[in-house]
Design a protein around this ligand. Structure first.
Ligand SMILES: Cc1ncc(COP(=O)(O)O)c(C=O)c1O
Length: 450
């Protein structure tokens, strides 16, 4: 990788000792542990700080503009400051940002999501994807009368205690491939969390069968993310989703799809694209149009546990901002703008990006690939087929390679996540995709940047 020649090019002022970034970072480091509350965004030596965004471009506080292939961690499917989304937000702001009382945007967003996603009969809004997952698990526990949950190794589902298991395990601690260890991926978890969470191997039917034969009758929920970015966006193997449906029927387990990121893959999200029949689906990100949101939707007989009029043990929920009209209005405008033509455009741009990147990796002799599907792409430092989390190198050299690539791309005018997660937005056309490809080419091909 030709990174050394790229240490200083134009879009790189945030590294200057007298930059606005350095001043802001020094102040932030005093006030906020790690200098930002978005710790997953943090990278060395310090992050760029956003000043403004327009379409697919983000300008940092030192005035450098880059193409944004991260778009608030994939939440901004139309890019920054989209005129229609802005108009919906401003319209709502003028009538009030939040109320104790329910308001029309919540109902309109519920109606649109229920229309688009066949598995969703009813929906309940929260304020983040994490909260949506938390509520989905709570509903599954109340519905089944069991407390344990199952999740796949490597899958990230937010920062609720019970899902902060085994999304960052390593060869040193992950144990048997068919019966992965439950390893805490955060401090501060109760010891009992490990006992409550069964970690399973993705795309491995016999591994899942064996684990559920042993534990299935104690499991309330099986949590599944269709294209898990920490697991290199491995596609579900043929038949795996039907298998998950059947095996969860066998043991009476609630099947939860985490579509917080993958809902951007189509009108009905990843379940519309790959199939699978979730009982519950967790949503977030794009359904809030860039404002905080989460939702859990699915079978009415499960969701009805939230209804104060329901008989039996109710699930108690609150949330000062749950279903708030501002997020709902922004989400509604965002989803309405996602017409079939725009989905097609996202498909074409995503494919152009992945194909172009894979050619560049091959030409440059890099053992890497652009994985993903639809509008999502993920840079993974392996040229091998990705089946699950263990196919993705988890060693220091792999992380160092990604860090260096990320750093060099910033200098070349492109933002991706420092762990490789990336996406296209409707604000990108062929010219912008080619600009990104050109930046990768310059970074990865010795000689071009001299
Ligand atoms: C797959 C997945 N699930 C859940 C979450 C949590 O969502 P939030 O960050 O809105 O709490 C995320 C966040 O990135 C995610 O990627």
């Amino acid at each position: 990788m030709n990174l050394d020649t790229l240490t200083r090019v134009s879009t790189d002022r945030y590294l200057d000792n007298d930059s606005v970034t350095v001043r802001m970072h020094a102040q932030a480091a005093e006030l906020i542990p790690g200098a930002t509350s978005r710790l997953h965004y943090l990278f060395k030596p310090w992050p760029i700080y956003a000043h403004s965004g327009q379409g697919c471009r983000l300008t940092d506080v030192d005035g450098d503009e880059r193409i944004d292939c991260l778009s608030n961690m994939t939440a901004l499917i139309h890019g920054h400051s989209d005129p229609q989304v802005n108009a919906a937000i401003i319209d709502q702001v003028q009538r009030g940002v939040s109320f104790s009382e329910p308001a029309q945007p919540e109902i309109a967003l519920a109606s649109l999501l229920i229309d688009r996603v066949p598995s969703v009969e009813q929906i309940h809004f929260r304020s983040s994807g994490t909260e949506a997952i938390m509520m989905a698990i709570k509903l599954a526990r109340a519905f089944t009368g069991r407390t344990r949950i199952a999740k796949f190794e490597g899958a990230y589902h937010g920062y609720y205690d019970y899902v902060q298991m085994s999304f960052s395990s390593t060869p040193a601690n992950w144990g048997d491939a068919q019966a992965p260890q439950s390893i805490p991926s955060s401090g501060g978890l109760a010891h009992s969390v490990g006992e409550e969470v069964l970690v399973m191997p993705f795309n491995d039917q016999s591994g899942v069968e064996q684990l559920l034969a042993k534990h299935g009758h104690a499991i309330s929920a099986l949590l599944f993310e269709p294209l898990s970015n920490r697991a290199g966006m491995a596609l579900p193997a043929p038949g795996f989703l039907e298998f998950l449906y059947q095996i969860t029927r066998k043991y009476g387990i609630v099947l939860i799809f985490d579509e917080v990121i993958t809902f951007r893959l189509g009108e009905a999200g990843a379940q519309g694209r790959y199939g699978g029949k979730p009982d519950l689906t967790a949503f977030g990100k794009i359904i809030g149009g860039g404002l905080p949101i989460g939702a859990v939707g699915g079978r009415a007989d499960i969701l009805s546990l939230l209804n104060p009029a329901s008989s039996g043990q109710r699930v108690i929920s609150g949330g000062t901002y749950s279903g708030n009209p501002l997020s709902a209005a922004a989400g509604l405008a965002t989803l309405k703008k996602l017409t079939p033509a725009r989905y097609q455009h996202l498909e074409a741009m995503g494919k152009r990006m992945r194909d172009g990147l894979n050619q560049i990796f091959r030409r440059a002799g890099e053992k890497a690939q652009a994985a993903g599907d639809g509008s999502l792409f993920q840079i993974v430092p392996t040229d091998q087929i990705i089946e699950n989390y263990r196919s993705v190198p988890q060693d220091a050299a792999a992380f160092e390679w990604l860090d260096r690539l990320h750093r060099a791309l910033l200098a070349a005018g492109v933002i991706i996540s420092h762990r490789g997660l990336s996406c296209v937005s409707t604000a990108m056309g062929e010219a912008e995709v080619d600009e990104v490809l050109d930046a990768f080419e310059r970074v990865l091909t010795p000689g071009l940047t001299d």
